[in-house]
Write a protein that binds this ligand. Structure first.
Ligand code: FMN
Length: 328
């Protein structure tokens, strides 16, 4: 059980915020499959506070995906506070502050992982958002900007002192991108530094990794990103493993059914054209490791029309050897 302020997440399992992936359609799907909490992708606090229609779209939600965390990014405490209020007014159940994004466009404004190098500003932002809303408040950080300046423990303490209810650590330095494995020992170090719950994140690709992460770090919750894009069943598999039950691996046919349902939800929520674009991205993960998947992905790269893309998925999966669902 994971307590995030007033919000209780029974299984302690969270789907990571992921730009381009954790839209409403995917969040609905992943909640059905056992994630305890889902998050929007990072949303610009400036865009929200200026009332930009495109930015406000990211907050679109519905009751079946609840509870929903809205992740905001920005460098101005007052703008972040206003964005937090807007998220609360539009029905968010939790606000998460992004202090880990290494993308140039974001860090050059002083937001995302740039805040790891500016503890004073980081503190002002957490305090301002805390004052603006009584919703559960979490902050997602990396270990620091670069291996020369590990800042996770310092920032974690600031985040706690400024009133956040929990903290997520993705234990890589911003300068590293994904080029090195996540260093879970940092989660352990941060856990010893603060009293608020710590959510561990990074390189959980199967159910056993989640249990190992908890055992090795003592983290209170587990956040999963790429592992859940490849295998959306991972949340229920973790719960099975925790209860000492066998893990069920879905058959190929089930994977195809899930993809088609994802596609349907995307079309329903985004319209056909945007759905095809989003689905092409999702297919990269869904087909990883399957026979001839490289060739399939090349074939679908330029398909813009939903019906043609659905046909290509159908054809690809009907050509795969039928592996029955298995238990391990
Ligand atoms: C395509 C992609 C998009 C991401 N977008 C976000 C984001 O919007 N906000 C955020 O805090 N982290 C984002 N992340 C980082 C993930 O939330 C997560 O911390 C990271 O992928 C490590 O977890 P994993 O090993 O389980 O994937 C993104 C990662 C990827 C690969």
């Amino acid at each position: 059980m994971l307590q995030l302020g007033s919000l209780r997440i029974e299984n302690g399992l969270i789907m990571a915020p992921m730009a381009g992936f954790t839209n409403l359609a995917f969040r609905l799907l992943i909640r059905r499959l056992g994630a305890g909490l889902v998050m929007t992708e990072m949303v610009s606090s400036m865009g929200l506070s200026m009332g930009q229609k495109k930015t406000l779209e990211y907050l679109r939600s519905c009751k079946d995906e609840k509870p929903l965390g809205v992740q905001i990014f920005g460098a101005d405490p007052q703008v972040m506070a206003r964005a937090g209020m807007i998220a609360a007014e539009t029905g968010a159940d939790l606000i998460d502050i992004n202090m880990g994004c290494p993308v140039k466009k974001v860090v050059k404004t002083g937001a995302g992982a740039a805040l790891l190098t500016n503890p004073k500003r980081a503190a002002e932002i957490v305090s301002a958002v805390r004052r603006a809303s009584s919703l559960p408040l979490t902050v997602k950080i990396r270990t620091g900007w670069s291996p020369r300046e590990p800042r996770a423990c310092e920032i974690a303490k600031i985040v706690e002192d400024c009133g956040a209810d929990a903290l997520t650590l993705h234990p890589r330095f911003a300068s590293e991108g994904f080029s090195v494995p996540a260093r879970w020992d940092w989660i352990n170090k941060v856990k010893q530094k603060v009293k608020i719950p710590v959510i561990g994140n990074g390189d959980v690709f199967d159910a056993s990794h989640a249990l190992e992460l908890k055992q090795r770090t003592g983290c209170n919750g587990v956040m999963i990103g790429r592992g859940a894009l490849r295998n959306p069943w991972i949340f229920s598999q973790i719960m099975s493993l925790e209860q000492g039950q066998a893990i069920r691996q879905p058959a190929i046919e089930e994977r195809k059914t899930l993809i088609m349902e994802h596609f349907r939800l995307l079309s329903q929520t985004l319209g056909d054209k945007k759905a095809a674009f989003a689905m092409r991205g999702a297919l990269i993960f869904y087909t990883k490791g399957l026979p001839h998947s490289g060739r399939f992905r090349e074939q679908v790269t330029y398909i813009k029309d939903s019906r043609t893309l659905a046909g290509a998925v159908d054809l690809y999966f009907s050509g795969l050897p039928e592996a029955p669902a298995s238990e391990s």
